[in-house]
Design a protein around this ligand. Sequence first.
Ligand SMILES: Cc1cc2nc3c(=O)[nH]c(=O)nc-3n(C[C@H](O)[C@H](O)[C@H](O)COP(=O)(O)OP(=O)(O)OC[C@H]3O[C@@H](n4cnc5c(N)ncnc54)[C@H](O)[C@@H]3O)c2cc1C
Ligand SMILES: NC(=O)c1ccc[n+]([C@@H]2O[C@H](COP(=O)([O-])OP(=O)(O)OC[C@H]3O[C@@H](n4cnc5c(N)ncnc54)[C@H](O)[C@@H]3O)[C@@H](O)[C@H]2O)c1
Length: 461
Amino acid sequence: MTFDYDLFVIGGGSGGVRAARIASGEYGARVGLAEESRLGGTCVIRGCVPKKLMVFASNAPLMAEEMRGYGWTQADTGHFSWDIFREKLDAELNRLEQVYKSGQEKAGVDLYFQRATLVDHHTVELADGTRKTAKYILIAAGGRPSVPDIPGKELGLISDQIFLLDKLPRRILLIGGGFIACEFATIMNGMGVETVLAYRGDAVLRGFDRQARDMASQQLTDMGVDLRLGVSPAKLEKDGDRIAVTFDDGVTDHFDAVFFATGRAPYTKGLGLENTGVRLKGNGAIEVDEWSQTSVPSIFAVGDVTDRINLTPVAIREGHSFADTIFGSKPRKVSHENVASAVYMRPHELGSVGLTEEQAKERGDVDVYATVFRPMRSMFAGSDARMMMKLLVDPDTDKVLGCHIFGPEAGEMIQLAAIPITMGATKAQFDATMAVHPTAAEELVTMRQPTLRYRKPKDGE
Ligand SMILES: Cc1cc2nc3c(=O)[nH]c(=O)nc-3n(C[C@H](O)[C@H](O)[C@H](O)COP(=O)(O)OP(=O)(O)OC[C@H]3O[C@@H](n4cnc5c(N)ncnc54)[C@H](O)[C@@H]3O)c2cc1C
Ligand SMILES: NC(=O)c1ccc[n+]([C@@H]2O[C@H](COP(=O)([O-])OP(=O)(O)OC[C@H]3O[C@@H](n4cnc5c(N)ncnc54)[C@H](O)[C@@H]3O)[C@@H](O)[C@H]2O)c1
């Protein structure tokens, strides 16, 4: 049977563009790719990139405050122009979109700026009705924000819209306690918006190390975010120019904007999967094996649409490995262990890799090496902000099982700490590493005594 393409990719985000570029550019496969919105996908257009630029922009008041502490008595941010920032942001995203487009074109990928749906195991249909056949189909359709089903939910914003605001609200309510809620609470607060964060749990960032979660929650409060734990919105109503939000504890409050940061769901609805028999998990994610192959041998899926670990580098690695395996005769599986991540809050970020203290205790015996201190730079300026470093070590093998850093530039630090941890480094090898002084990161190689030796009770104890 002859096909129009060797590979047809649905979705031009992190996973899709990488797979298409490698399959076509490196291995000479004939590749078509459909993107219904903008090339680059969530990360580039409405995720990591614009978010991080907003984090940088919102950092100015903290920098000014710190500099005043160093004697720059006049240090002040002055006025923040959202208009200027937005214009620059739009230009930067347009530039990046073009970079992705030319990368695909140079690699020889045929681009279709249309929605694609599946017709059968080897055929996709584009929005204009044309059909393309391919030996393999890769679904890299990503995810979409999910919003709780409460009255008035349509009055709220989702993360896609937050980058497109005409003006900043005076007072905003963020709902949720995950990555997006924490990062945008920091951003909005830093940009001078009165920020309320409502989260139904007892500390933000569920799933992260508990001590780090408590410090992150405290930091939000310290920086002036009105953190309301243990509450959820029950309904939203229009009240003139504002939105009245009634919470499940009966309290009603008014905001200029409400932002749902309540998670993301795989974007599989309306994709024609029912025409193929591709199996889905309960939450709508595409079920794949360790090769990213679905229950239909010619159809593969990578990235957020599979809901494994929903981060850009993971989607990229999955897409690349798929292309290596199928078109490069280099079979490659992706390890989803020890994937480092960072939550870009201010002044301290949270960087994590490996097991949390809670997970390590669940697993068995663990020695905890932890230190909480005021970093030199901000302490000198008069700040009380506390930093944390933690290593979790298996007492039997001496292997470092996890590392958690809450501090300035923790994202940068955890990337480096993730290398030895991925290599299986022992605590003795961390200790043998000479410190770099004076840095905050040197604490990683100078923690000598465990702060806690946890021994899991044996069955029956
Ligand atoms: C606000 C925000 C901040 C984030 N920050 C970070 C961060 O700092 N670090 C990090 O690692 N991750 C971050 N993420 C997560 C990251 O963006 C995703 O994990 C990553 O983009 C997933 O890549 P993907 O290829 O699976 O999907 P996407 O990047 O979502 O790409 C999917 C693409 O497919 C297109 N598409 C979908 N269906 C079809 C169809 N039927 N036909 C044609 N096209 C289709 C979509 O338009 C989209 O462009 C963030 C996410 C958000 C929302
Ligand atoms: N720095 C990064 O790497 C980064 C940044 C942003 C997003 N991301 C990725 O994007 C994903 C989505 O981010 P997110 O923050 O939306 O999701 P999340 O899963 O991290 O957090 C969602 C939060 O919303 C809460 N929630 C869910 N339903 C709710 C409801 N009905 N009422 C109140 N609260 C509710 C959850 O308890 C949770 O705290 C992340 O999981 C991550 O994979 C990564």
